[in-house]
Write a protein of this length. Structure first.
Length: 467
């Protein structure tokens, strides 16, 4: 009899353990996993309400309709007015291929569906919505179109924004795709080795080259005991590695400003070793490197693994934007914005307003400070160096008559053997209205020759057209 009771107790204990484990898993799933599964673009339950709701439109900052839906043969069809132009911003919404871009990130908003709770689910059944909300973007359609035309024939990205409000005026990534023809082109798109589905502006990770020297310059300014004078001979021996300047040409006597103006590799390489990896990494992280950037679209983390066991050659390489550094164009635009905005980095904004079907503004995204990256005095000192770089240095192809432009070029070596061409900057320097980052992927040319002229044209167009 005792054995029988023990057997029953053992079975009951096992059942209790299994029950508790199941409850623990369901609790974990509900808290941590339910939302990600619910919002997965391939979750067919996302489409149930869409059959009954007119999906909201997406418009630019001036009210131009970029995407909309209308009823066709008893079903709602999505229309994208400008083909490839907004493929990486708006994305797409298809039963067969799921959702991407703002179509995914703002799906509930576009459908005017409340967050999934028991009460809201009941409300949606009793009082179903028939029309979704409109998204009003910060994008300026004219500048978006103008920027894409300048990028044609290249791989890469352009991000142009207001450094004081965080509003994104243009965000272009090439190659791109046409969401209208997604069904017909899907096989070719996914098999394309140039990755047209990749939003290079937010998810492309590139060696930044000499554009990163603006952060090394900040670290140099903050190291009060650093000797800023230097004699450049065109090369430097760093722990057995010979670091060379562009074409191996010596720059002679330099201070920090002249080093940035002339983009002297040996200056920043040797000074970077003295500054040290921790100080460099700390400055980089204040400018959001290694951190998640809060944005309306997913953003890859820029990376600088300075906490690893880096040798002097690694530190020197990072100081000139090479080595183990990887940056997104959005992050580089935010670095330019932070310097332009007296050291303050404002949250980047892509969706300005959410508007109800009745025309009421339900949400208005106001400027929000993300971080105080650097003090105003250091920001102004680096700004003045960048102005000089455009005025008489490597960035002079970005110069504009009667406008003080601040900028920094970059020519980044990478495993492909063809260098990336970079430019970051802002204007007018005294009261910045636009900041931007331009990267031409595997361009095989310098930032000064290839990226700076594109940046110059975008700045001119933005200053002349955006209100």
């Amino acid at each position: 009899m005792d054995k029988e009771i023990k057997r029953i107790i053992t079975v009951l204990t096992a059942i209790c353990i299994l029950f508790v484990s199941l409850m623990a898993y369901l609790t974990y799933f509900q808290i941590f996993k339910a939302e990600s599964v619910k919002m997965n673009s391939y979750n067919k339950r996302l489409w149930i309400n869409e059959e009954k709701i007119l999906r909201g439109s997406i418009i630019d900052r001036n009210g131009k309709i970029l995407a909309y839906s209308e009823k066709v043969d008893d079903t709602y069809k999505r229309f994208y007015n400008y083909g490839n132009l907004y493929s990486h911003i708006i994305g797409y919404s298809y039963r067969e291929y799921g959702k991407a871009g703002l179509e995914l990130e703002y799906n509930n908003t576009l459908l005017n569906i409340s967050e999934s709770t028991a009460l809201n689910e009941l409300k949606n059944i009793v009082l179903p919505n028939t029309e979704g909300n409109t998204l009003k973007l910060t994008i300026d359609h004219h500048l978006q179109e103008y920027s894409r035309n300048l990028l044609k024939g290249h791989k890469g990205s352009i991000v142009a924004m207001n450094p004081t409000t965080g509003e994104i005026y243009a965000m272009v990534s090439l190659p791109d795709f046409n969401p209208t023809n997604l069904k017909e082109d899907w096989k070719n798109i996914v098999e394309d080795e140039n990755s047209p589905l990749l939003n290079r502006a937010t998810s492309g990770l590139y060696t930044p080259g000499s554009t990163f020297k603006v952060l090394t310059a900040i670290a140099a300014i903050e190291k009060k005991d650093l000797d800023r004078e230097y004699e450049c001979t065109g090369s430097a021996n760093i722990d057995g590695y010979i670091l060379k300047d562009y074409d191996g040409k010596p720059h002679g006597k330099l201070n920090l400003e002249e080093a940035l103006v002339k983009s002297c590799n040996t200056y920043f390489g040797e000074k970077g070793v003295i500054i040290g990896k921790d100080a460099l990494g700390e400055v980089a992280e204040r400018f959001l490197v290694n951190k998640k950037i809060d944005f309306d679209l997913p953003v890859s983390k820029s990376s600088f693994p300075y906490k690893d066991n880096l040798g002097e050659t690694d530190i020197a390489a990072a100081s000139i934007g090479q080595g183990k550094l990887l940056m997104t164009p959005l992050n580089m635009a935010l670095i330019a914005s932070g310097i332009a905005n007296k050291g303050d980095i404002v949250k980047p904004i892509l969706v300005k307003e959410v508007i109800s079907p009745e025309g009421k503004v339900l949400r208005n995204n106001q400027p929000q400070l993300l971080t105080k990256a650097v003090d105003i005095f250091t920001a102004n000192e680096v700004k003045n160096m960048m102005v000089e770089s455009v005025k008489r240095g490597t960035s002079r192809n970005a110069s504009i008559k009667n406008v003080r432009v601040a900028g920094k070029t970059g020519t980044a070596e990478n495993p492909s053997g063809k260098s990336h061409a970079w430019f970051i900057g802002f204007a007018p320097a005294e009261e910045p209205k636009i900041a931007l980052a331009v990267v031409l992927e595997e361009e095989g040319s310098t930032g000064g020759k290839a990226a700076a002229p594109i940046a110059r044209n975008i700045i001119i167009e933005a200053l002349n057209t955006i209100k």
